[in-house]
Design a protein around this ligand. Structure first.
Ligand code: VG1
Ligand code: CO
Length: 543
């Protein structure tokens, strides 16, 4: 019998975090670890209409995991699985394909911006039929199932499915179609942006550099930016996906995209620079010697959406994750549309997008997207910016500075304390939580605290509530400090401190954020007694 039911015992660490289950590769390589989690997914969500989308960001262990999941899908009664050639699918492309093919859902193998390779991280995420990450009710049910699981089903004794070429195969009763990972997604992009206008601008001298960081977006960028839009091949950096991302850290920020940063600061810098992360859902936007914070990027896109064909008929509303700066709130207010504040993690945007309440949304962590898929989308943001540059015939810096003059500048920075002791980090949050009631009215250095709470979110569409989503300290003059613990790390805990302060005066919008926010930064350290609880006197990453 090729379909077998294998007895197993539960693992106790299979609770999905901010974005799926993320662990060291070595954990995923342990016998039954992946199998248990995949069976927990199938037991929880069933087979629905029998169609599944499958792919990953190409990191180490991707191919092995895909073969296992194909065998398990066949044994669990799926009718067909569409898998990206080479085992590749970017997260936004997977979302696009789930929607396009009306699949029951999709499995995405990625640890996103976490490093890969045998010593790195691996991850797995289930997206539902709307194309978006499973909501908390589903991820909690999967976790509950993982604690009780006693068997998984798998096909044994068959050859691996060849993933290189587009083709159809059969695995027991199941059809496996190896599809082009890029085509459908690229065509969706063409429907949203003015490709003729971008092509003309590129021909007319608009130069760009896109850094795929040796992760999944290389083939997407080549098809869209080079083949369809005519950018020269030299516009692409690190465009070949590698299982260890070339030893790099595929996180598109100033700290990890060093080569691109150096190019953009050099004498021959192109007009536009961008980078994407491991699974292609994040974006960093740069001008010549100019960095656009993701929070500002969201605000600029919202304010200019009417210039882009896909959004020309207006926005019903926008949303941002709680720690994201409130720059977009100012745009929404001016436009007279609602701006929703959601917990960190893309799954919280799903209901708002499905209900048509918002069209654009974003996170401070280099994630921006719209209702065209149900994930954040790195290349989409790149194309949106290129279309704006072409439509306005202005540079990145000019557009952002004009935005600040019009709306004020929300200075913003995030300080991460990575890999700190988990108990210390929890104690820090607990100590803060206990002091919340007494904080309003107190002074932190120069600044008065005007509000303090532990963020809880009630979804306006389905009424579900999520608590303990981060501590918000409101300061006078619209300043803010936010503390939360990361849900994507794999070692110890990571404390994230998000700091914001507003500057309305155009004459004072030119400062370095670390300087402009020096008061708030010092206050944030003192208030939470970060050194006392973590033993760290400085953050490990500043973005
Ligand atoms: C981080 C970011 C969050 C993002 C998540 C997944 O989560 O802060 O905004 O949604 O990563 O991004 P955390 O819990 O570590 O702060 V990705 O590119 O993994 O899908
Ligand atoms: Co990602």
């Amino acid at each position: 019998m090729p379909i077998r039911t294998i007895p197993t015992t539960p693992f106790d660490d299979q609770r999905p975090g901010t974005s799926g289950l993320r662990k060291r590769v070595s954990r995923f390589q342990e016998p039954r670890y992946l199998e248990n989690f995949v069976q927990s997914i199938f037991d929880t969500v069933g087979t629905g209409n029998g169609r599944l989308i499958l792919g990953g960001d190409g990191r180490f262990h991707n191919r092995e995991a895909i073969q296992t999941i194909l065998r398990m899908a066949a044994a669990n009664g799926f009718r067909e699985v569409l898998v990206g050639a080479g085992g590749l699918l970017s997260t936004p492309a997977a979302s696009c394909l789930i929607r396009h093919h009306h699949a029951h859902g999709g499995i995405i193998l990625s640890a996103s911006h976490n490093p890969g390779g045998p010593e790195g991280d691996f991850g797995i995420k289930f997206n539902t039929a709307n194309g978006g990450p499973a909501p908390e009710t589903v991820t909690e049910a999967i976790y509950a199932r993982s604690k009780e699981i006693d068997a998984y089903r798998i096909v044994e004794g068959t050859d691996d499915i060849p993933l290189e070429r587009r083709a159809e195969h059969r695995l027991e009763g199941m059809r496996v179609e190896v599809i082009d990972p890029v085509e459908t997604y690229a065509t969706l992009m063409e429907s949203l942006f003015d490709f003729d206008r971008i092509r003309d601008a590129l021909k007319g001298g608009l130069s760009l550099r896109f850094d795929a960081m040796h992760a999944v977006t290389g083939p997407y960028a080549r098809e869209i930016l080079v083949r369809r839009l005519g950018a020269p091949e030299e516009s692409l950096l690190h465009a070949t996906p590698l299982p260890d991302f070339g030893g790099g850290h595929p996180d598109p920020n100033q700290a990890h995209a060093r080569e691109l940063m150096a190019i953009m600061q050099g004498a021959d810098a192109p007009a536009f620079g961008a980078a994407s992360d491991g699974d292609g859902d994040r974006n960093m936007i740069l001008g010549r010697n100019f960095f656009v914070t993701p929070s500002d990027s969201l605000a600029v896109l919202a304010a200019n959406a009417h210039l882009v064909p896909g959004y020309a008929d207006g926005l019903p509303g926008v949303a941002r994750s709680m720690p994201t700066s409130r720059a977009v709130d100012r745009v929404a207010e001016r436009m007279g549309i609602p701006c929703y504040e959601t917990p960190t993690g893309w799954k919280f945007f799903g209901n708002l997008l499905d209900a048509g309440r918002i069209r654009l949304c974003g996170e401070e962590s280099f994630g921006t997207s719209s209702d065209h898929v149900r994930e954040k989308d790195g290349l989409w943001a790149v194309l949106f910016w290129l279309d704006l540059l072409a439509a306005r015939n202005e540079g990145v810096e000019a557009i952002v500075r004009a935005h600040w003059r019009e709306y004020g500048r929300n200075y913003y920075t995030r300080h991460d304390y990575e890999g700190v002791d988990a108990d210390g980090a929890r104690a820090l949050m607990e100590a803060l939580r206990e002091r919340l009631p007494e904080l309003p009215g107190q002074r932190l250095g120069e600044l008065e605290v005007v509000s303090a709470d532990d963020f809880a979110y009630t979804d306006p569409v389905d009424g579900s509530t999520s608590r303990n989503q981060g501590i918000r300290i409101g300061l006078e003059r619209e300043g803010r400090i936010v503390y939360r613990l990361s849900g994507t790390g794999t070692v110890g805990a990571t404390l994230r401190v998000y700091i914001e302060g507003v500057e309305e005066d155009p004459a004072r919008q030119d400062r370095d954020p670390q300087q402009a926010l020096a008061g708030e930064i010092a206050a944030a350290r003192e208030l939470a007694r970060i050194e006392h609880f973590t033993g760290r006197s400085a953050p490990s990453v500043v973005t």
